[in-house]
Unconditional design. Sequence first.
Length: 175
Amino acid sequence: MERAALDTLFDGWGDHQRLVIDMLAGLTESQLALRPAAETWSVWQLAAHVAGSRSYWMQDVLGEGDPALRDRFRVESTTVPELPLEDAAWEDDEDHPRDARELVRALEDTWALVDERLRRWTPDDLAEELTRDRSSGTRTFTRSWVIWHLMEHDVHHAGEMSIILGSNGVQGLGL
């Protein structure tokens, strides 16, 4: 794929990022707490999950970025039974909801990490394979697979947030 084609794709993701920021920026605590059912994540948890996942994949899997950004999403306790603390993040501590300002900053900071790499990496860099050993086994990823996974993840959860907000009379994504 040519660099120009990649830039067009990545620019579209950046536009989507701005729409998500615009959607979240002015939300109140009660709007961020909206959820479709008691056992599902709220808007703030979905937004926190998007930001934390970007940081996880970029830092833990690809080894990119400042570890302090990844550490920002770690929590001291979790409200999810049986979830190991080392696997828990903001969205897993319902006793500490995040406000719009904090969520927007987290999304902006993690987007800056992703965007800088997208602008720097060449098509050959994106094809590079990385192997990760975990207790569940060894997995091999290409950078391009990780980028696609983050894109689809961002779009999926932004859609969830938009539907939750829209079904409660709050403006969702301004597509």
